[in-house]
Design a binder for this molecule. Structure first.
Ligand SMILES: Cc1cc2nc3c(=O)[nH]c(=O)nc-3n(C[C@H](O)[C@H](O)[C@H](O)COP(=O)(O)OP(=O)(O)OC[C@H]3O[C@@H](n4cnc5c(N)ncnc54)[C@H](O)[C@@H]3O)c2cc1C
Length: 412
């Protein structure tokens, strides 16, 4: 078997692994990045948060991504029947990016990896990590290419950015149950043949169909729009052999706002389903490895936090590894685990408050408090480490308190 020695092996070239690669390259670290797929490949996760723009920038990817004309996302609209709630990222508490993109991930992730390759970073596509063994912090991974040729890769550090591949959580027995109730999502891409002119056409929207059922509508700049439903898992048929297209067309008819626009549109593929998508792990790092992006924790799609965490953790992991390889001491518990866990905890509070109805009470309350909205908007833009924002620092009670005040006001 062929042998290779590198300082760092990155598993996965999605946003997390790609941002790590860009930063390791800037720091002059010797690394190898592999992905089991050939890009473009489909993955869900199409609504970004402004915070990720900082990570694309520091990884040296942003200038290239700007050239593609991806649909600009300046905020998000939430609907519930006749109620409408808008958050615009240019009116938020924390300084930072006030726009981002809504993107077909196949093309976006290909654009990212093309950008890396244009800087001379080689990506081994169609190359799967099959096994990993550790000897202290040194690892030996067996990788296999499309022709079945195997190579032993010796690395001082592994960044596991394998997303739902969850390579190290499985090998190292790191899986932990998510505290969130099991939910399922079904989604499809459609040809948006009735797309209205003007601002309405590209406006990303989340339509609340009932308390725990919400529908997403994410229009791309290429004429395709992503539609999806999130609901408790028991809403979907148990047997997988049902007619998914007619089931999804019934879902579209549940959205009074969108049924006319999408009732007869052509589906680009049969609706896909991800059952029980929330994932968690016992720990985020170990001797010689770190988990980033979806291979660590995934909460829920409702606030589009997935890619933001993928790029945040990919960026931080790469910086800390660079620091350690240059001889500095890294406190992984404090500098990585506690930092990432804080952001996850903030979003988890908002997700739980969404499904309990507290956050929806605030979103759809007619008498708006602009200061509170600006603070919540920062969270929705991904700025969940700004502890000057009380809606970050008191995340586990701030929304509940507001919802209770609104309910008391209604009852008095
Ligand atoms: C229903 C649903 C909707 C979502 N919507 C959103 C959204 O709107 N916005 C958002 O930000 N997030 C969303 N997400 C989350 C988003 O999909 C993920 O958070 C994001 O893709 C994670 O990026 P990543 O780089 O960690 O992993 P990925 O993008 O999944 O990349 C992982 C890569 O690792 C490769 N890989 C896996 N196993 C191996 C192996 N053994 N060897 C080599 N390579 C391997 C894969 O081929 C893949 O390319 C959603 C998730 C779900 C379930």
């Amino acid at each position: 078997m062929k042998k290779e020695t590198v300082d760092v092996l990155i598993i996965g070239a999605g946003p997390s692994g790609a941002v790590s690669a860009g930063i390791l390259a800037k720091n002059g670290i010797n690394f190898k990045i592999v992905d089991k797929e050939r890009f473009p490949r489909f993955v869900i996760g199409e609504s970004l948060l402004p915070r990720s723009m900082e990570h694309f920038e520091e990884a040296g990817l942003l200038d290239d991504l700007m050239k593609y004309g991806f649909e600009k996302k300046i905020g998000a609209r939430f609907l519930r029947g006749e109620d409408v709630c808008w958050f615009k990222f240019n009116d938020k508490f924390t300084d930072g990016w006030d726009w981002t993109w809504q993107i077909p991930r196949a093309e976006f992730d290909k654009a990212i990896t093309d950008s890396l390759e244009s800087k001379g970073i080689k990506i081994d596509f169609e190359t799967k990590v099959e096994s990993i063994t550790f000897n202290g912090s040194e690892s030996l991974s067996v990788i296999s290419d499309a022709q079945g040729n195997k190579t032993e890769v010796h690395a001082k550090f592994i960044i596991d950015a394998s997303g739902y591949g969850r390579v190290l959580p499985e090998i190292e027995n790191l899986e932990a149950p998510s505290v969130l109730a099991p939910k399922t999502s079904m989604f499809v891409h459609v040809k948006d043949s009735n797309k209205p002119e003007g601002i309405e056409g590209p406006t990303i929207t989340f339509d609340v169909l009932e308390l725990e059922h919400w529908f997403w509508m994410i229009p791309f700049s290429n004429g395709i729009t992503s539609l999806g439903l999130v609901a408790p898992s028991d809403y979907f048929p148990k047997n997988d052999s049902y007619d998914k297209e007619s089931f999804f067309r019934d879902i579209i008819r549940r959205s009074s706002y969108y049924k006319d626009r999408f009732e007869d549109v052509e589906f680009v593929f049969e609706p896909k389903q991800i059952i029980g998508y929330s994932k968690s792990v016992k720990k985020l790092y170990g001797n010689g490895y770190v988990l980033t992006g979806n291979s660590s924790e995934f909460l829920d799609p409702v606030f589009s936090s997935g890619v933001c965490f993928a790029t945040e953790s990919g960026s931080l992991a790469a910086k800390l590894i660079s620091k350690q390889l240059k001889g500095d001491v890294v406190d992984w518990e404090k500098e990585y685990s506690e930092y990432i866990a804080w952001g996850v905890d903030v979003f988890r509070s908002y997700i739980q408050d969404w499904y309990s109805g507290d956050l929806q009470e605030f979103f759809f309350h007619k008498e708006e408090n602009p200061e509170v909205r600006r603070k919540v908007c920062s969270v929705l833009a991904g700025y969940v480490w700004d502890k000057n924002n009380p809606f970050v620092s008191k995340h586990n009670r701030a929304v509940k308190a507001i919802a209770n005040m609104i309910r008391e006001g209604k009852n008095s």
